[in-house]
Design a protein around this ligand. Structure first.
Ligand code: NAP
Length: 279
């Protein structure tokens, strides 16, 4: 493959069949008439090192990294970006011309850009945000919210230890709340973000009251399957503005595409529609 003129990138995960990334990058490759391919690189944990160390010789310019390898893959990188270092996980690999691997994390960027695209803006002088979850994705969400200058970030999580660790690692303006204190955490918040896996297809529902939330607050979900989660439906019904999770997924893909294929691609309605179409 190394001698092929095709530019190659792919996604490393286990399992990988559910991933929408091949559709996203495939759409952009076609739109920009780039002779390239984005391939699924299904890799179990035992073969992660092999997949990473053979990327260069197989002609890959880079790859995305998804569950369960986002943390482990960092160990095999020659360079790691400061953001990825801070989050302790990578989702994007750049293969340099000499074969060196560089790990980056574009989830923070994806979350921020999705909020910007929805025209979300802070209102008060001391804005508060409530975040449900303290897993890998919540780390990226919280780090992005810190850069947006929220005055207070309230994390609500089932496992308090995990929330504590997140707060210690990211530092700053974070307060943590028990799951049954969620109403207290939501009171006064300008934004509520679901960064748990609850509400996702195949996962338990997100069973949480949002009555304590102001009807002026925004509600964002990073779950994108289904697109309109029960949380977003309930929020919209009570007048809250909502932001779905697909935009984050589409925006996090942009910097990777640019690094591998040299074009900064657009996130637009045509792409959203294409990605949502059933096979
Ligand atoms: P993760 O590291 O496994 O974290 C899962 C989170 O959900 C934890 O906070 C966990 O709480 C919570 N949770 C799971 N089951 C729960 C339950 N029954 N009751 C209460 N809390 C529960 O997963 P992740 O990587 O952060 O991903 C989370 C979600 O974000 C996934 O659905 C993923 O698809 C989505 N995501 C979306 C994007 C995007 O671009 N839109 C990007 C990344 C991830 P505990 O700490 O108590 O276990």
């Amino acid at each position: 493959m190394k001698n092929s003129t095709k530019r190659l990138a792919g996604i490393i995960g286990w399992p990988i069949s559910h991933s929408l990334s091949p559709k996203i990058h495939g759409f952009w490759l076609k739109t920009h008439k780039i002779e390239g391919e984005y391939l699924p690189l299904e890799t179990d944990p035992e073969h992660l090192e092999y997949t990473l160390e053979t990327l260069f010789e197989r002609g890959f310019r880079g790859a995305n990294v998804t569950l369960p390898h986002k943390e482990e893959a960092m160990k095999f990188m020659k360079f790691v970006s400061p953001q990825a270092e801070k989050l302790g996980a990578i989702n994007t690999i750049i293969v340099h011309e000499n074969g060196d691997l560089e790990g980056r994390n574009t989830d923070m960027y994806g979350f921020t850009e999705n909020l910007k695209a929805a025209s979300f803006a802070l209102k008060s002088d001391e804005p508060i945000v409530a975040v449900l979850g303290a897993g890998g994705a919540a780390r990226a969400v919280v780090a992005a919210l810190q850069e947006m200058n929220f005055y207070e970030i309230r994390i609500i999580n089932r496992t308090m230890d995990k929330a504590r660790r997140l707060a210690e690692d990211l530092g700053g303006n974070i307060n943590i709340f028990e799951w049954n204190e969620s109403e207290k955490a939501m009171a006064g918040a300008e934004l509520l973000v679901n960064a748990t896996s609850l509400g996702m297809e195949g996962q338990p529902p997100l069973d949480i009251e949002i009555d304590a939330l102001s009807d002026k607050a925004w509600v964002a979900d990073i779950v994108y399957a289904p697109l309109q989660t029960e949380l977003l439906k309930r929020a919209a019904k009570r007048g809250n503005k909502t932001i779905d999770g697909l935009g984050m997924l589409l925006h996090q893909a942009r910097p990777a595409f640019k690094a591998w294929f040299g074009v900064d691609p657009e996130v637009n309605e045509k792409l959203r529609k294409f990605v949502l179409e059933k096979e």
